[in-house]
Design a protein around this ligand. Structure first.
Ligand code: FAD
Length: 389
């Protein structure tokens, strides 16, 4: 057993921590207030090579895996959850290509994402199908050497700034989860457009978009993996992204607690700093303990994924690495705001932003309820984690 990170991962953490403290922290409040994609942060990340973290070396990435991605996201999300999501979006839409894409697709898209030359989005959710993803209605009909895609996706992170999207569509409309196929669709393809851009509670630096496919003609070579195998690909992708979503919660919770601790050291009440009050001390102790528990779940899951262990037997432990840190982030953000008293409710401090941002994490990439369903199903079928490791 080894609780240490490799030299490469430590170097990554140091590098990104400096960027996060010096460049991301001062911008976070404005990114939220302006509710616009932070192109300046994108440029900083691009120049520092941070989009390459999870892309394999043979395709131009730095090959630091899910562990590297989680480290990077954690450091950035301490200050800005939108910028953390920017890093996560190098993984979510590209994982189907990494796992099942053709060599030509991997060469074209993975390297471009790693270099920050292309941004991408993951189009699964529809107005009538979120958690119940097998029920999507967007269709892809084969016409010789191309497919014609029709339908509307909703709640798609970063679609309006993406150069391509990975979209899931029905190729056999009456076959449920066995009739879904994944495709790559590039920006500028006729019939592909961005609809409503939602006004939302938090993570306001990442646009949330409706994506419309109106008779979009997609070459057959843009199909990712095999026809009708797209649902497994989507579920596999969502399974393997769990710790990275958890890392957004981990970073956010640390940022909130650190801010609250610093405040409590300075603020005086009843003749001493707030840090002397047992009621608050125990809250801080509980928060710190939950943060460390979340970190262990996340890093264990990242280790499993990087070791190639993310088949269905591991689905439960991977879901734990998403549900615990994200539920924890909401609780810690609320408790950290409480430590600031009335000041925690005022926008001069970041606590209300932390609370709004944390809430998103319980919904995306499988809600907290769906994660618990996966965990329950998994432990009942395969036994408690580690039984067969
Ligand atoms: C900010 C944001 C960013 C997003 N980004 C993306 C993206 O980039 N790409 C993408 O494809 N989607 C994205 N989504 C969509 C997101 O994945 C869905 O909103 C989520 O999966 C839930 O689906 P739904 O909204 O349709 O809710 P529903 O599925 O209708 O769920 C409603 C309620 O029922 C509960 N529920 C549903 N099924 C079960 C069950 N089996 N057991 C117990 N409870 C259940 C849910 O937990 C929830 O509380 C994003 C959403 C948000 C808010």
């Amino acid at each position: 057993m080894n609780f240490y990170f490799s030299d490469e991962h430590e170097l990554l953490r140091r590098t990104i921590r400096k960027i996060a403290e010096e460049k991301v922290r001062p911008r976070a409040a404005a990114i939220d207030e302006q509710a616009e994609y932070p192109w300046d942060i994108f440029k900083i990340f691009k120049e520092a090579g941070l989009f390459s973290t999870c892309i394999p070396e043979e395709y131009g990435g730095s090959g630091l895996g899910t562990t590297g991605l989680c480290i990077a996201i954690e450091e950035v999300a301490k200050y800005c959850c939108s910028s953390g999501l920017m890093l996560l979006l190098t993984y979510l839409p590209t994982q189907p290509i990494r796992v099942a894409g053709s060599e030509a697709q991997r060469k074209k898209y993975l390297g471009a994402v790693a270099r920050g030359e292309m941004r991408c989005a993951f189009c699964l959710t529809e107005p009538g199908a979120g958690s119940d993803a097998a029920n999507i209605r967007t269709s892809a009909v084969r016409k010789g050497d191309y497919y014609l895609i029709n339908g509307t996706k909703c709640f798609i992170s970063g679609a309006s700034v993406a150069d391509f999207v990975t979209v899931f569509a029905k190729t056999r409309p009456d076959a449920g989860s066995r009739g879904i196929t994944a495709f790559i669709v590039e920006k500028g393809t006729p019939g592909f457009s961005i609809g409503t851009i939602e006004k939302k509670m938090g993570v306001r630096g990442m646009p949330l978009c409706e994506v419309v496919f109106d008779e979009v003609r997609v070459p057959a070579e843009n199909m990712v993996g095999k026809e009708n195998k797209g649902f497994q690909l989507a579920m596999h992708t969502l399974n393997s992204i769990r710790p990275a979503v958890g890392a957004r919660g981990l970073g956010l919770a640390q940022g909130a607690l650190e801010y609250a601790m610093n405040y409590a050291k300075e603020r005086h009440a009843f003749g001493g700093p707030l840090t002397g009050l047992q009621g608050l001390r125990w809250m801080m102790a509980d928060m710190a303990t939950q943060i460390e528990a979340a970190r262990l779940l996340i890093m264990q899951a990242a280790f499993l994924i990087d070791s190639g262990k993310f088949s269905k037997e591991y689905a439960g432990i991977l879901s734990m690495s998403k549900v615990f840190p994200t539920d924890m982030a909401v609780k810690v953000a609320i408790d950290a705001a409480q430590i600031l008293g009335g000041h925690g409710y005022i926008q001069d401090h970041p606590m209300e932003r932390y609370i709004r941002d944390a809430k998103q994490l319980q919904i995306v990439e499988g809600t907290s309820q769906v994660q618990r369903e996966i965990i329950a199903r998994n432990i009942l079928q395969y036994g408690l984690p580690r039984k067969n490791w």
